[in-house]
Design a protein around this ligand. Structure first.
Ligand SMILES: [Zn+2]
Length: 88
């Protein structure tokens, strides 16, 4: 099965870490890191913050490589969460 791509952080996530909607159904758009109980975990996060977070993740963890982080940063403006801020 194709992994979901989180529409906030841009990273692929497995069905096990799907975010949860307000009614506790599972989200197909967001991972649990970003979205829980129908709300974003970090309301004040900006797209620039997300870019920094991805770079930090690539540097300090082994989850993603620096190259993956850069590729992910490129797609951030097209993701659901950031499309609106993109227009502003
Ligand atoms: Zn996410």
């Amino acid at each position: 099965m194709r992994p979901f791509i989180c529409q906030c952080c841009g990273l692929p996530f497995s069905p096990k870490i799907r975010g949860t909607n307000r009614d506790q159904s599972l989200s197909s758009d967001y991972c649990l890191d970003c979205f829980k109980n129908g709300e974003f975990r970090d309301h004040h996060l900006t797209i620039q913050d997300m870019e920094k977070k991805l770079l930090i993740r690539a540097r300090h963890h082994d989850e993603i490589s620096l190259e993956e982080a850069h590729d992910t940063i490129k797609i951030l403006p097209d993701l659901k969460r950031w499309r609106m801020t993109h227009i502003l």
